[in-house]
Ligand binder design. Structure first.
Ligand code: SF4
Ligand code: SF4
Length: 540
């Protein structure tokens, strides 16, 4: 792993643009700002375009990537195919007027000062090839029309910067034409995937998910053991014991959450929250060791792969005969579900329109995909007074909320998490207006970029969010950052450790469960993390 600059060194961001035309500028590859490439055997195992038959295992620093003889043809054929298939892609290639309204809206540009991280420039990398290879004007006028030919150098540049976009869509909020640069990098990644050009962190997760059911590659028994371990901690800290049900046919609800919640700190405390909440309600639900992943890293790779992965959840819901699906705190799961799922699989007729068995609320917004977000579900319970709560148990916490890009900007889930937090905590503070809700800043590691070798980019990209956090930390003494996405729960702790070392990170359902008064509970002296409630401060 590359050396990470000290935080005060990272604050010296040089925004002065380099001289000369960007097309002539050599690619300045910096360790710490890219992820390792996907291994051919892992691509092959997933039935994807592996490179084992045409060249060595490549790394970005290599001058010669030993591409196959027909690499250019493959790339352009795929691009042509996608331009024909996806109208938005063609429109986004044509209509940018280079007004620059998006230029200073990307967290990677703000944290690095690299002009190629301006959304307009990131898109220009692909757009210039589109002009040079697919438009008459570009072919005739060349650079005068902002066009260039597809060369190996252009390909390397494209790979480097397409994987420096966390596909958060913040830039699209500010574009007067609604151009969505995230869509462009999604397309760019898919085209490069034709040449087996992917990254290890994403591809390993995809392949594991296809074979074991989740990104972490947890076997069914291991997955259950992780949950069992948390049940033991619950017994210690809450004083009650119970058994959730597994792979149970005929349950009313299938619960699916990202595997990060089952395995990684601090997500495991969110997991404890789900367990306690469902036990509190006596919910008729089941976990599945087959559909043991809510996230979909296929979405960061290629459409077909995303579809294969998403299909597992629905196959399992059908097999178990549940009525509907409840989803945990996950970011891109919601974008995939709401924006792609019914296009991929058609109507989900075998499930029912979700109705809360506790309040009778019909979740009409989930009519098509039959899946309800845990925040909608919980907010509805609180609104109908169905939870016994003692918010004072969270009194040591001064909480702020990070709107996770996909559920918030992507899906409009702004008020539910705030309503839930305010119901279970007495001290809540908002970060500045232009950094929350629709204008929220990315955690810095979305879209599969949370690999450890990519740490400098993550910390730089996390800077705008952390800067806003610093504001509420200094003004109100905020010591806890809540979020509703498993990638956030993985990405925000190291970023906070770097920029705001005394602020902890949690899921919202962890806060709910700390406040829940459980039937038969022992004296609640300790919270879910095992810290004394009276004195607890979040671990930095
Ligand atoms: S704001 Fe939109 S039109 Fe303006 S430069 Fe950015 S992408 Fe192009
Ligand atoms: S989608 Fe997000 S990460 Fe990508 S260019 Fe836009 S603002 Fe930057």
């Amino acid at each position: 792993m590359a050396n990470i600059p000290k935080y005060y060194e990272s604050l010296n961001i040089d925004f002065k643009p380099p001289r000369g035309n960007w097309m002539d500028r050599p690619l300045n590859i910096k360790p710490g700002i890219y992820c390792y490439p996907a291994r051919p055997e892992v691509l092959k195992k997933a039935g994807m375009n592996d490179r084992s038959d045409w060249g060595k295992y490549w790394v970005i620093e290599d001058e010669d990537w030993e591409l196959p003889d027909d690499w250019k043809e493959r790339f352009l054929n795929k691009m042509r195919d996608m331009l024909g298939k996806y109208r938005t892609f063609k429109i986004y290639m044509d209509i940018c007027v280079r007004c620059g309204a998006c230029a200073d809206k990307c967290h990677y540009f703000l944290g690095s000062g690299d002009p190629m991280n301006m959304p307009v420039m990131r898109a220009e990398l692909l757009r210039s090839i589109y002009r040079g290879e697919f438009t008459k004007t570009g072919k005739i006028l060349g650079r005068l029309a902002g066009a260039r030919k597809l060369t190996k150098d252009a390909l390397r540049q494209l790979w480097y910067y397409m994987f420096q976009c966390s596909e958060c869509r913040r830039c699209s909020v500010f574009c007067p034409y609604g151009i969505d640069t995230a869509e462009i990098t999604i397309m760019g990644r898919e085209i490069m995937n034709e040449l087996g050009m992917n990254i290890a962190w994403i591809q390993e997760s995809v392949t594991k998910c296809l074979f074991t059911g989740n990104h972490l590659g947890l076997q069914p028994h291991t997955y259950k053991e992780c949950v069992d371990t948390m049940l033991m901690d619950i017994e210690d800290n809450v004083g009650i014991s119970f058994e959730p049900s597994w792979n149970r046919k005929g349950a009313e609800i299938l619960f699916v959450t990202p595997s990060g919640d089952v395995f990684a700190d601090p997500g495991i405390f969110t997991l404890a929250g789900y367990l306690l909440l469902f036990e509190h309600l006596g919910l008729d639900y089941t976990w599945s060791t087959y559909a043991s992943e809510g996230g979909d890293f296929g979405y960061f790779t290629a459409n077909e792969v995303a579809k294969r992965m998403n299909g597992k959840i629905y196959a399992e819901a059908k097999r178990l005969g549940v009525k509907w699906i409840l989803g945990g705190e996950c970011g891109h799961m919601w974008r995939v579900l709401n924006q792609y799922m019914t296009t991929w699989h058609g109507p989900i007729d075998f499930l029912e329109e979700p109705v809360s068995p506790i309040t009778g609320t019909k979740f009409e917004n989930a009519k098509a995909h039959k899946m309800v977000h845990i925040m909608e579900f919980t907010a509805d319970l609180i609104k109908h007074n169905k939870l016994k709560l003692d918010p004072s148990r969270n009194d040591r916490l001064k909480v702020t909320f990070h709107d996770s890009c996909n559920p918030s900007r992507g899906m409009g889930l702004f008020e539910e998490p705030r309503y839930v937090i305010k119901s279970v905590c007495n001290h809540f503070y908002e970060m500045p207006e232009n950094t929350i809700r629709e204008q929220t800043y990315c955690c810095g590691s979305g879209s599969g970029l949370n690999a450890s070798e990519n740490m400098e980019l993550r910390l730089r990209g996390g800077f705008p969010r952390q800067n806003a956090l610093r504001y509420v930390r200094e003004k109100y003494g905020v010591n806890m950052l809540a979020c509703i996405c498993a990638i956030d729960r993985a990405a925000l702790p190291p970023a906070a450790q770097y920029w705001n070392p005394d602020v902890g990170v949690c899921g919202v359902t962890e806060l709910v469960a700390n406040a829940l008064i459980m039937e038969g509970e022992g004296p609640r002296t300790h919270n879910l993390r095992g810290f004394e409630i009276a004195t607890w401060e979040p671990e930095p």
